[in-house]
Design a protein around this ligand. Sequence first.
Ligand code: FE2
Length: 206
Amino acid sequence: MPLELPSLPYATDALAPVISEHNLRMHHEGVHAGYLKRLNTLLETDEPTTRSLENIMGTGRGEAQACACQAWNHTFFWQCLTPWYHPPGRVLKEALAARWGSLEAFQEAFMASAMAHFMGGWTWLVYTPQGRLDIHNAADAGSPLLRGFTPLLAVDLWEHAWYVDYGNDRRKYLQKLWGIVNWPFVEQCLEDALATAEGRRNRLHA
Ligand SMILES: [Fe+2]
């Protein structure tokens, strides 16, 4: 079975005006689907049946691994966004405040990291194996999973994510994105990470 493009968790026009329908459709049905199409082509000469994205990310090499990472990253990124905004809950808000001082200070640090990243890639909020929240920039098709991090929030920094709607103003794209971040999803990812045995052993600290 070929790897299939997951549906968006909302309509293609649901994130407008932060992300226009045109941009989101192009991003999902063009870019995201393109990585899976290329990956399926590459896998035709390998094992075309039961391999998961995570398996290919962990054991694959070269272009196949990069395509798998990009497909996984995009699926996660769509879940980090929502047209039904809810502010961060208590667990997440306290964890961010313990690490950065406040939600606003975290957002500033996250944006500074994203703005400092050169060329294509991703900025992530992650939970580290040491039991710490951190901001992690990944170049190109980088994956926090391959570094042992648990991803909590992803922002796509590739130009295809924002250039159509924001021209060369990456900062404006990042600022507007806060209005559609799916904080309940981010918080659930954190709670899942904390619920692991490692998470229980390592109390979250700044
Ligand atoms: Fe993208």
